[in-house]
Design a protein around this ligand. Sequence first.
Ligand code: UD1
Ligand code: MG
Length: 449
Amino acid sequence: MSTALIILAAGKGTRMESDLPKVLHKIGGAPLLHHAMLSASALEPDRTVIVTGHGAETVEAAAQAFDPDAIAVRQHEQLGTAHAVAQAREVLDGFRGDVIVLYGDTPFITTETLEQMIAARAAHDVVVLGFEAADPGRYGRLIMDGSKLARIVEFKDATEEERAVTLCNSGVICADTGTLFELIEAVGNDNASGEYYLPDIVGIANARGLSATAVTCDEAETLGINSRAELAAAEALFQQARRRALIEDGVMMQAPDTVFLSFDTIIGRDAEIEPNVVFAPGVTVESGARIRAFSHLEGAHVSRGAIVGPFARLRPGAELAEDVHIGNFVEIKNASIDEGAKVNHLTYIGDADVGARTNIGAGTITCNYDGVMKHRTTIGRDTFIGSNTMLVAPVTVGKEAMTATATVVTKDVPDGAMAIARTEQTNKQGFARKLFSMLRAKKAKQAKG
Ligand code: UD1
Ligand code: MG
């Protein structure tokens, strides 16, 4: 059975107090819109349509960054959710199968819930996702008739009796594509808001002898984001859920509340994550690796047995092989560090390849940027880079080679060679004592005057 998705993302999100369109605000490092697309992606939708309006261009670019085949349609005036869905009609012309309508600002709907809705379609023409609300507030209310859904009434249009109903509309709807657009055509705007309400299709379906039902899910799944406070609360819920899932999968965390994860963070069983570690998007940590306190990782891969931190920074393209050690105040960017190599203190390795078992001394810097372009540094296996070596890229240091402390490497170093490039030391006898007494006398004079 083919499935299409329509994701509504035209609303302004006034209460976010932001220039960024609401659906582009992030949770776990990914825009709200991506979360909605991600939960539906397991259904392998044949078409995904995003309805945009406010900030259309940036929203469309974000949708296509997630799924290059996503189709964007514009809703120039926000006349209501039914009007928004109607904008997708043309691009879904001729599509046969079910369509699921989601909101771009509702990030936590699970794939399982969507699958339940599709299953319920076997016996009903229209399936709505409902939830028991602790505080039903201004949600639309589901008016049931036994196991059938009779209609949905918006809060503004509801009677006192209807407002007492606690079964609420999440906004997610599933129906056959042809049926959905036929029903939408009959939706009017004669209501308290003067808007075209998508939920009205339920009453219309029943009046036409079609059937509707509700599938329910946990209220937490239907959480929508309307303000910065709700965004922060949703982030907290997301973090809790991700930490719990990783711990259940065998990851060791001493202080889980201080570990921040992204939507795509992968951590293997028996890996240890110390307190205060941030995983920005794109990180994979293999089984048995150890990420020590106060480290920040993004777009990096850490292999089995590697130790990172404390106070380390792995930037995009950091590729650490097995048993690599990255120590304090070390930054690795777009660089591969081979098996057993050590970069233990105060070092920047960028745009580089470091061979197996090579030791990089404290304070080493790959000078990868000439102010205009980036260049690569290559270091062979079993090499010793002395402390405070400057590697002026592009440059290659061979295998089993050495650089002397404080060497500025501007030429390639052959295999097995030692490079030394620094001025020779001279000792001026008695000079330090003389200088100290001069300076002390000067200070004493200043104190008096
Ligand atoms: C809607 C439902 C309500 C439900 C609630 C759940 C309607 C009429 N009401 O109300 O039953 O309980 O969601 O959160 O559908 N949008 C557009 N174009 C528009 C209008 C809205 O793209 O013209 C988008 C918004 O960006 C948003 C979503 O549709 O993502 C829902 O719109 P919103 O205005 O938040 O609807 P609610 O009043 O919350
Ligand atoms: Mg809303």
